[in-house]
Design a protein around this ligand. Structure first.
Ligand code: AHR
Length: 506
């Protein structure tokens, strides 16, 4: 047994939490769209062809914003192919995933799906094969009310009211050699700037994200962000980060140290963005959009990324998640929350089947992968302001990080409702943890609303079609609330959520 301590004080808050950090991602890739969210022949399909079993799980997951339509797919996509009468839409080769794209699902279907679920869309414009001209036209089609060729085309397509899409990504992973029409930082920075200028003229209310490096270990990492922002600092609001976690040494302890590395990654990008601001003597702060992140390493061989014969909706990168992956996803969410002052949007990539928290079978059931639970619980309970955590915990040494505290936590407090949510990982893999939590300035008569744990003795346990509830959250009976103190017992290798509410204001 190890003993830890967590102290938070209402006066020491970091920032309000932007709920858009609980975003996900729908790409035209593999079975994310077709037989994922859209399957007209499925027994649960609604009048639009959307799987209602998947919509129910997406609702439960609590995704607040959904990025679309890619991903690498974006850099070869013509938005015009995916609008208008379905029978007239062209079938195309998708050069990103070597698949056949039928275009039976496109912008208006995605927007209908978002409206049904009441989630915000995060769209992206193709800066690979296309550029500023296409971007301004696409935005006019989506957001201009009426009276121009493209806004009236949207209305002819049955969408009278403008979509009012606010968040736009300027391309995808433009530094990657795998990207269709990869660019240098100068080429991309210039195009991002000019595209942003046109888009803001069409609709001044848009929020724009420039592409950062496609991963931390790109050779141009850091220099890319610096150069790109040198060009488009004044025109954009966000720089993007992407990261997929792996477990190359099959060591849970090393794997969970990634949580600390993610924190460093975020702080490095903040430092680069702020150094561009400093050179310009600017008080503007570029925010971070961590718009692709997840665990992705088991389904990563070449065959998993494409299949021969240009198939339609093939099974690509259908990673099956285990208990330790859920712990890492929980840890990553804690890090995103603890950087809420600069990370204002983030997307778990992707939503369904393709490295997804939700899995489906065509014509068959849908189920929750292990990583579903930390995400849904964080999204459900994290509202308000993130408080700074003082953590007193023994730690371990990882190869990649010198001091990894066994306790990893984030605390979010909502003044309006009086609710406080504590999210915590016990990274000790053999010892349970007795934690003492001191809450200062949050009220002295706290009552327990919910105490949940995600634990499994086997780190490799998974949820599958045959056994969809092997890893499942349970109530934690070993949580005691006494005034403004909490004592709790966390199992080894567990994700934990404690939600309390103050009954009186004092
Ligand atoms: O999410 C899968 C792929 O990973 C995306 O298409 C791409 O942006 C990233 O490399």
């Amino acid at each position: 047994m190890i003993a830890t301590r967590l102290v938070v004080d209402r006066d020491f808050d970091l920032s309000s939490l932007d709920r858009r950090i609980f975003g996900t991602f729908v790409e035209h890739m593999g079975r994310c769209v077709y037989s994922g969210i859209y399957e007209p022949d499925h027994p649960s399909a609604d009048e639009h062809g959307f799987r209602s079993d998947v919509m129910a799980l997406a609702r439960e997951l609590g995704s607040t914003i959904v990025r679309y339509p890619g991903g690498n797919f974006l850099s070869g996509y013509n938005w015009e192919d995916g609008v208008g009468p379905k029978e007239d839409r062209p079938v195309r080769l998708d050069l990103a995933w070597l698949s056949t794209e039928t275009n039976q699902f496109g912008t208006n279907e995605f927007m209908q799906w978002c409206r049904t679920l009441d989630v915000e869309p995060m769209f992206a414009v193709n800066l690979g094969t296309r550029g500023p001209d296409e971007a301004r036209h696409f935005l006019e089609y989506c957001n201009h009310p009426r009276g121009t060729a493209l806004s009236d085309l949207r209305r002819q397509h049955g969408v009278d009211e403008p979509h009012a899409i606010k968040f736009w990504c300027l391309g995808n992973e433009m530094d990657g050699p795998w990207q269709i029409c990869q660019k240098t930082a100068d080429e991309y920075g210039r195009i991002a700037k000019e595209t942003a200028k046109l888009m803001r003229t069409v609709d001044p209310s848009v929020e724009l994200a420039a592409c950062g490096s496609s991963k931390h270990d790109m050779p141009t990492y850091g220099a890319w962000e610096d150069r790109v922002l040198e060009h488009c600092f004044d025109e954009v609001d966000f720089i993007s980060l992407h990261h997929y976690f792996g477990n190359p040494h099959d060591s849970t302890a090393e794997y969970l140290a990634n949580v600390e590395l993610t924190d460093l990654f975020i702080k490095e990008i903040v430092a680069v963005a702020d150094s561009v601001a400093a050179r310009r003597h600017s008080a503007k702060r570029i925010m971070l959009s961590f718009d692709e992140w997840n665990v992705w390493y088991k389904a990563r061989s070449a065959e998993h990324r494409s299949q021969p014969g240009w198939p339609q909706a093939p099974r690509l990168i259908e990673e099956v998640y285990n208990h330790e992956d859920a712990l890492l996803v929980g840890g990553a969410l804690i890090t995103l929350m603890n950087n809420a002052d600069r990370v204002k949007a983030a997307c778990l990539a992707q939503l369904v089947n393709v490295i997804g928290p939700i899995m489906t079978e065509p014509g068959g059931p849908a189920w929750r992968q292990t990583i579903f639970f930390p995400f849904s619980q964080a999204s459900k309970y994290a509202h308000g302001r993130v408080l700074r955590c003082l953590i007193d915990s023994p730690s371990y040494r990882a190869d990649t990080f010198p001091e990894v505290p066994y306790l990893c936590a984030a605390v979010v407090h909502d003044d309006e409702s009086g609710q406080t949510a504590i999210f915590a990982l016990n990274r000790h893999l053999s010892e349970s943890q007795d934690i003492n939590i001191e809450l200062r300035g949050l009220g002295s008569q706290q009552r327990l609303v919910e105490a949940l744990e995600l634990y499994h003795p086997d780190m490799k346990a998974t949820n599958t079609q045959a056994s969809p509830d092997t890893v499942w959250p349970e109530s934690n009976a070993e949580v005691e609330v006494d005034g403004d103190r909490i004592k709790a017992h966390f199992k080894p290798g567990s994700w934990n959520v404690i939600v309390i509410n103050n009954t009186t204001r004092d």
